[in-house]
Design a protein around this ligand. Structure first.
Ligand SMILES: NC(=O)c1ccc[n+]([C@@H]2O[C@H](COP(=O)([O-])OP(=O)(O)OC[C@H]3O[C@@H](n4cnc5c(N)ncnc54)[C@H](OP(=O)(O)O)[C@@H]3O)[C@@H](O)[C@H]2O)c1
Length: 305
């Protein structure tokens, strides 16, 4: 990974899948990294990184080069009860608001906030390729992303550059969607979900970290940026590649059967998380010259599996 010019960094949610790797890379490059966590005493961090409680945010932001906001309750960790949905939304709104509020006490402010969002912003779409100019979609996840992005926009009036990174499904060895999708395939239980035509917009964790670093350092990155590989594919194609890499079959189950089973197993989240999707294209990042190392799903899965 290329050396960054970032010296003093604050990362909220730095103990999660994306944050851990980002913090590791920054710390390896010699940056001083402050991870803001609800449980700083439990955070295990690389050398060069320290965990702090949220109340220390204003002091941590003083003189920082950049802040990465990745904090929020796991979207797919539990079934979506009304309470769970409220927690998913509120955790993002409140974390982002705390950053905005903390900034008013900071005299030497960071020049950029890189705020996570998700391709869920676009809602469910058919086969249309969506770039950053596409409008917001419908449904719970789309509403969460819109509210989250809107909350972050308040930093712009303080003269801080805002990058809203709309993450696709992050593919990583360490956790997230890939191990969950690979498990049934390894157990000879793999199949296409629903029609299989729904878009699967993904990004390899390493490319995402490179994109985060680039977004923080390059002033031309501003506004919404799709953090997805340039080859969104259908869920069916992705599962096919996954099964091939794992040397396992995929069962041709009737779409109605997988749809019903997923809804029974996962409830409301089955539809937006697995049975619907969107083909999202990283037009802005490519236009700014970003080069994906893992632009093709074959290459990404060969590296990860
Ligand atoms: N991974 C993906 O495929 C993906 C795709 C699209 C968007 N995203 C978004 O990108 C961000 C980073 O993803 P990730 O996979 O690294 O997430 P993650 O592994 O779930 O980590 C998120 C972090 O947020 C913090 N957090 C959890 N609940 C919180 C709450 N109620 N209040 C404040 N902080 C809370 C936790 O840190 P502490 O326990 O230390 O406080 C946790 O480590 C997330 O917001 C996620 O929604 C991820």
């Amino acid at each position: 990974m290329g050396r960054s010019r970032l010296n003093k960094i604050v990362v909220t949610g730095g103990t999660g899948l994306v944050g851990r790797r980002l913090v590791q890379v920054l710390a390896d490059q010699g940056a001083q990294v402050a991870v803001v966590s609800r449980n700083p005493e439990r955070a295990t961090l690389p050398k060069g990184a320290e965990a702090y409680p949220w109340m220390e945010l204003p002091a941590l932001l003083e003189g920082a080069d950049a802040i990465f906001n990745l904090a929020g309750e796991g979207i797919a960790d539990q079934r979506w009860s009304p309470e769970r949905k409220a927690a998913i939304l509120l955790s993002r709104i409140e974390s982002t608001r705390r950053i905005v509020e903390a900034l008013q006490w900071v005299s030497k402010k960071p020049s950029v906030l890189v705020n996570a969002s998700a391709t869920g912003f676009y809602g469910a779409h058919g086969l249309t390729l969506l770039d950053e100019a596409a409008g917001p979609g419908e449904g719970f996840l789309a509403k969460v992303c819109q509210a989250w992005e809107q909350e972050a926009e308040a930093v712009m009036v303080k003269g801080i550059r805002l990058v809203k990174l709309r993450l696709g499904v992050v593919l990583a060895k360490e956790g997230g969607a890939l191990p969950k999708m690979a498990r049934p395939v390894k157990l000879f239980l793999g199949c296409t979900l629903g029609s299989g035509q729904q878009g699967f917009s993904w990004i390899h964790l390493e490319d995402l970290i490179r994109l985060c670093l680039e977004a923080a350092q390059n002033p031309n990155y501003a506004g919404a940026i799709n953090a997805t590989s340039p080859t969104p594919i259908s869920q069916r194609v992705f599962m096919g590649i996954l099964a091939r890499h794992l040397h396992r079959p995929l069962w041709p189950l009737p779409p109605a059967l997988t749809r019903l089973s997923l809804k029974w197993l996962l409830g409301e989240m089955a539809e937006p998380m697995l049975l619907q999707g969107a083909y999202v294209y990283p037009k802005k990042a490519l236009g700014l010259g970003f080069q994906f190392r893992f632009g093709e799903p074959e290459a990404a899965l060969a590296d990860l599996l």
